[in-house]
Design a protein around this ligand. Structure first.
Ligand SMILES: C[S@@+](CC[C@H](N)C(=O)[O-])C[C@H]1O[C@@H](n2cnc3c(N)ncnc32)[C@H](O)[C@@H]1O
Length: 247
C-alpha cells in the first residue's frame, strides 16, 4: 500500500490508502460519470431508509472498503429485501462495482440510458469517500450488519494507528449498529488477526460469537469470495472470519 496522505482539509481524518489506481477507461469512466451520481450518498442525501432506497427495506447492511465490490454485489443480489450501503475510497474499485451491477465493461456498447442488469434490484447506495466522514451522519442503531473484509493490515508497528479496527472506530460502530446486530471482520494477516482479537476483546460493546475453531476458520455460509481473498489463498495465507454481536 502506497503511503500517500490524500486528505486536503485539516478537519478530515487522514486517509493513507490509494484513491486512484490504473487509468480508468471509457466504459468505467462513463459509469462513474452517469450512474454513480444516481447511487451516491453525498453531503445532502437523506439517510431516512425509504428515501435512501426509494422503497421500504427490512434491514440495512454496510460494507466498509468493498474493494472491487464482489461481496457487496453478491450480498445485495442474494438479499433484495435489504438495503446495502457500500463505502470505498478507491475510485477503480467503485468503477468495478458499477461494472458488476450493469454488465457494462470495456468493449460493451454503452446505451444512452444506463440501467442495472435485469436480475438486479436497486438496493445498493455508494459512499465513495472515507467512511469515517459518513459515520457522523449515521443515526444511532441504524445498521443491522457491518462487513469489514480484509481491511488494509498496516502490519508495521509504526503504522498501527492507521488500522481501521481501533477504539475510536469501534466506538462509532457500536453506536450505529443495532443491539444484537453483527460486525463481521475478515483478515488474512497474522498481525491484523491478533490485533483485532485484542482490540475486540478490550471493547465492551461487542461479543465474539465463535464457539469453536470452525466458526472462525471457515467462511460463513453466506460468504462471497473476493479478489483480495483469492490472492491471499494463492499466496498461502488462510483468512479468518470474526463475527461479533453488538451487545
Ligand atoms: C485490502 S482492500 C480489501 C477490499 C475488499 N474488502 C476485499 O476483500 O477484496 C481494503 C479496502 O478498504 C478501502 N478502505 C480503507 N479505508 C477505508 C475507509 N476509511 N473508508 C472507505 N474505504 C476504505 C481501501 O480503499 C481498500 O480498497
Amino acid at each position: 500500500m502506497k503511503e500517500t496522505q490524500t486528505t486536503k482539509m485539516s478537519d478530515k481524518p487522514k486517509f493513507f490508502g490509494r484513491r486512484k489506481g490504473r487509468v480508468i477507461h471509457k466504459a468505467k469512466s462513463t459509469l462513474l460519470e452517469k450512474l454513480l451520481p444516481k447511487l451516491r450518498i453525498s453531503e445532502n442525501t437523506s439517510l431516512e431508509k425509504e428515501q435512501l432506497f426509494g422503497a421500504p427495506v427490512e434491514k440495512i447492511y454496510l460494507e466498509i472498503g468493498f474493494g472491487n465490490g464482489e461481496h457487496l454485489a453478491g450480498q445485495a443480489k442474494a438479499h433484495p429485501e435489504i438495503g446495502f450501503i457500500g463505502a470505498e475510497v478507491f475510485q477503480n474499485g467503485v468503477a468495478n462495482l458499477l461494472t458488476l451491477l450493469t454488465g457494462i465493461k470495456e468493449g460493451t456498447n454503452i446505451p444512452e440510458e444506463i440501467t442495472l442488469t435485469p436480475d438486479r434490484v436497486d438496493n445498493i447506495r455508494i459512499y465513495d469517500d472515507d467512511i469515517r466522514l459518513l459515520f457522523k451522519k449515521i443515526p444511532d442503531a441504524y445498521l443491522d450488519r457491518v462487513f469489514l473484509l480484509f481491511p488494509d493490515p498496516w502490519p508495521k508497528k509504526r503504522h498501527a494507528s492507521r488500522r481501521f479496527v481501533n477504539p475510536e472506530n469501534l466506538k462509532e460502530l457500536s453506536r450505529i449498529i443495532k443491539p444484537h446486530g453483527l460486525l463481521r471482520i475478515a483478515t488474512d494477516h497474522p498481525v491484523y488477526k491478533s490485533w483485532t482479537l485484542r482490540q475486540m476483546h478490550a471493547c465492551p460493546y461487542f461479543r465474539w460469537t465463535a464457539k469453536c475453531g470452525k466458526d472462525w476458520k471457515e467462511a460463513p455460509t453466506d460468504w462471497i469470495e473476493t479478489k483480495y481473498q483469492r490472492k491471499a489463498l494463492r499466496e498461502g495465507r488462510r483468512p479468518v472470519f470474526l463475527d461479533y454481536e453488538r451487545l
